[in-house]
Design a protein. Structure first.
Length: 423
């Protein structure tokens, strides 16, 4: 029998030719689910993870409910200066994830492909493009995106800006990870703030910006302090929460919600117990909607996901007192920036800290960067002594995912780990 979400997704598909209606229905669904999360929280999750879900839902609802304050952004865009103007970042990848959560991605994908977007294009960006071209996504005040970390950024946001006829502010992030690159990106961020002031008529509150960047600094410090605890201590999690954490450490970084969540999480880890089950370090996004993956990992202690790599890429020491330079440091020195060997080396360092029994590298459909980099990352991790499963799938498009194949590969990998646990 189809679930309520599946019935809702089919309803959305039938009404894709009514963009205003679909937009209202999605917002209503997210508000209802957000209220449900407040009133009837998931008892299988800790209070910190319960709070995380509601905070992320609020991040989704705000820009949808007030498009006049919406700024469409990429996942790797520093957003402290946007929030300091009273504007609401709308992370493109988050939007696609929530559309999938409503079982509604099919119509968005088809709308994009009907407009000539390749079937092999990243599904996260394809869904956003479908939302733009179908008229379901309201026009933002502006678009702010970085060149980090995928080629799809250079296509999706330019197309959206042309379609909406709104300004696109593009932050070019050099491959070089040095002081000159930090200064170059910092100057672009300063100019981006000035441009947003001109576009929106809102003034940037410099004190609020400093407060936001300081919250980012404290959030990163707490996150890094939690890392050693993840080696042995367990806080109940699920695949969706792992994606929520990535949002908190990217577009929501600098918000009071991100700092509160990380503070709560540290307290829970410090009070948690040691778990002997097979630990997994997960890399990249995950197929949070697939039953095969959910049944294996959600709320489980054996196996259990100790850490997701995309939560950690922005754990950069922000040493500068200048807020723009601090944001630039976090962007330039991000582990996804530069040659793939930097990401591979970062993965080895994370593995050495967490000591997982195995590592799952998820190759999301259309993500040329991760798919192309996977052999290099796998070689580096296996050379360090860690078993690696390269798992192909799709983070947000059901038609590109196979439950049977996913289950078979995960179970075979976990069975192998059962005979070669690290101590």
């Amino acid at each position: 029998m189809a679930s309520i979400a599946e019935k809702f997704g089919k309803h959305i598909y039938r009404h894709m030719n009514r963009p205003e209606y679909v937009r209202r229905m999605l917002l209503l669904a997210y508000r209802f689910y957000g209220l449900q999360m407040h009133v009837l929280p998931n008892k299988l999750l800790s209070p910190a993870k319960q709070y995380l879900g509601t905070a992320c839902m609020d991040c989704m609802i705000r820009p949808l409910a007030h498009p006049e304050r919406q700024i469409l952004t990429s996942l790797f865009t520093p957003c402290e200066f946007i929030s300091a103007m009273g504007l609401s970042p709308m992370c493109a990848e988050q939007y696609s994830t929530y559309v999938n959560g409503a079982c509604a991605e099919q119509g968005f994908v088809e709308a994009a492909e009907a407009a000539g977007i390749a079937e092999t294009f990243c599904s996260y960006h394809k869904i956003v493009t479908g939302a733009v071209l179908s008229g379901i996504m309201p026009a933002p005040r502006a678009i702010v995106n970085t060149s980090l970390a995928c080629d799809a950024n250079n296509l999706t946001f330019r197309k959206a800006a042309e379609h909406f006829d709104v300004p696109q502010i593009y932050i070019d992030v050099p491959y070089r990870t040095d002081h000159d690159s930090v200064m170059y990106v910092a100057e672009q961020l300063r100019q981006a703030a000035v441009q947003l002031e001109d576009i929106t008529g809102r003034k940037l509150d410099e004190e609020k910006l400093r407060e936001a960047v300081e919250r980012s600094r404290r959030t990163v410090e707490i996150s890094k302090a939690i890392l050693p605890l993840r080696r042995d201590h367990y806080v109940s999690t699920e695949l969706t929460s792992e994606l929520y954490e990535s949002l908190m450490m990217h577009n929501a970084l600098g918000s009071p919600e991100a700092l509160r969540y990380m503070t709560m999480l540290r307290e829970e880890f410090e009070a948690s117990t040691i778990r002997p089950g097979r630990k997994i370090l997960w890399m990249h996004s995950n197929p949070f909607y697939q039953n095969a993956a959910k049944e294996i990992f959600n709320y489980r202690t054996d196996p259990w996901i100790a850490l997701t790599e995309m939560y950690c890429d922005s754990m950069i020491d922000m040493t500068s007192d200048d807020p723009y330079e601090a944001m630039a440091e976090r962007t330039v020195f991000n582990s996804y920036n530069g040659p793939v060997t930097r990401r591979a080396q970062s993965a080895v360092k994370l593995a050495d800290m967490v000591q997982p029994d195995g590592i799952i590298l998820f190759c999301h459909w259309g993500c040329k960067e991760t798919c192309g980099a996977s052999p290099i990352i796998q070689d580096a991790l296996e050379a360090a002594g860690y078993p690696v499963l390269v798992l192909n799938g799709d983070g947000v498009d059901r038609k590109n995912a196979s439950d049977g194949q996913t289950r078979t590969r995960l179970e075979a990998f976990l069975e192998m780990l059962g005979h070669s646990q690290r101590t």
